[in-house]
Design a protein around this ligand. Structure first.
Ligand SMILES: C[S@@+](CC[C@H](N)C(=O)[O-])C[C@H]1O[C@@H](n2cnc3c(N)ncnc32)[C@H](O)[C@@H]1O
Length: 361
């Protein structure tokens, strides 16, 4: 892996490419759960990917969350075993000075200091491993047939952090790109790979390994696509969102959904996979991570770029009678993963996270 002058980090291992036909199966997931959330604003949501930068006046309520005594572990770098409430309160305090257009800078600052990265688990999402291994009936495999040829699926992990999920996708045979706003996160990816490449062995000899590339850029802009030699209209066959949606301030969610819709290939074999987290956090507790119950994903992805109403307590207001909007994605699978990071479980070890899978209609 290397960092090129244009800010692109590349690590590519090519393996045998044998065709595998995928047969997508549509699953209609259960409807969402309602949570007793509390919030103080009705949020106005920007309708354009760039608009979040113009909403600096929108500030979410910041209050420490005191719902758990568990810890956020930092297995790779930084302070270890910071109590959850302490870590979340510190994150909120930090981001209170990085609102609106400056928000992504706040993440960059944390990565450049490198001693407080409470979301960073240092190993791939067990829920993604479960999805790639046990839910191929929904998401297919790493290879795809297009115009009579077999090729690897192109995968994207926006806000990839240390890059662990990118390396996992590579080991399953995907050509994966990790996108990060923070330059120092990309350096962390490079460091991590030096010591941990052996932790990502080839999953299937017949499929071979794909490639892993890391690029600096803003999810809401196009420049990063060109940095990795892709056309600005490039679409992806698989997008994995892990703690990226919940990292966005609620007024940015409309733009998040529109961008996801733009980047996902309009094809029945192309899937946006979201690890829904945190599903039980009261909205009034603020963020990041901001409360992200399944209905938040459902409303925003059904109406990308449009205003989604929130009640005075900060709950997403569902409108099941509203027809899907242009570019709206359809949820084709929804399940609790067999395993997830500890932070996504309750005190008895029950998985609280959901996996949702979305496609163009
Ligand atoms: C909560 S962290 C999650 C990181 C990683 N997914 C993980 O689980 O370890 C959110 C990440 O999104 C990145 N990020 C925030 N805004 C971004 C943007 N507009 N474009 C690209 N990356 C962004 C941050 O730098 C941060 O590393």
């Amino acid at each position: 892996m290397s960092i090129a002058g244009n800010g692109v980090v590349t690590h590519t291992i090519l393996g045998c490419q044998r065709a595998r036909k995928t047969r997508p199966v549509l699953l209609l997931g259960p409807l969402t759960r309602i949570h007793p959330l509390h919030f103080q604003h009705t949020l106005r949501i920007p309708t354009d990917p760039q608009l979040h930068t113009r909403h600096q006046h929108l500030q979410t309520t910041v209050q420490p969350c005191a719902q758990s005594t568990s810890t956020m572990s930092l297995p790779v770098g930084g302070r270890r075993d910071v109590p959850l409430e302490e870590a979340r309160a510190a994150l909120q305090t930090h981001f209170s000075t990085y609102q609106g257009a400056k928000y992504a800078e706040g993440w960059d600052h944390l990565w450049s200091k490198g001693d407080f990265l409470p979301w960073d688990r240092g190993n791939p999402s067990p829920a993604l491993t479960d999805t790639l291994s046990n839910h191929t009936d929904v998401i297919g495999h790493a290879m795809i047939e297009e115009d009579g040829k077999t090729r690897r699926k192109r995968a994207l992990v926006p806000g990839c952090g240390r890059g662990v999920d990118v390396l996992l996708l590579q080991s399953f045979g995907y050509d994966a790109i990790g996108l990060e706003y923070a330059t120092n996160a990309l350096k962390a990816c490079e460091e991590y790979l030096k010591d941990h490449e052996k932790d990502y062995p080839l999953k299937d000899e017949k499929v071979g390994k794909g490639s892993a590339r890391f690029v600096q850029g803003d999810f809401y802009a196009d420049e990063w696509l060109e940095k990795v030699g892709l056309d600005k209209d490039t679409k992806f066959d698989l997008i994995y969102d892990y703690t990226f949606f919940c990292a966005m301030q609620p007024p940015m969610r409309s733009a998040w959904a529109k961008r996801m819709s733009q980047l996902l290939r309009p094809d029945p074999q192309a899937n946006l996979v979201c690890l829904e987290f945190p599903t039980n956090k009261p909205a009034q507790a603020g963020g990041p991570p901001f409360a992200s119950p399944p209905k938040a994903y459902l409303e925003h992805l059904s109406h990308p770029g449009e205003e989604v109403k929130y009640d005075a307590e900060g709950n997403v207001m569902m409108n099941p009678l509203a027809p899907s909007s242009p570019g709206g994605l359809e949820r084709v699978g929804h399940w609790h993963p067999a395993d997830t990071h500890q932070i996504g479980k309750d005190t008895e070890g029950n998985v609280q996270d959901w996996i949702s899978v979305w496609r163009h209609r």
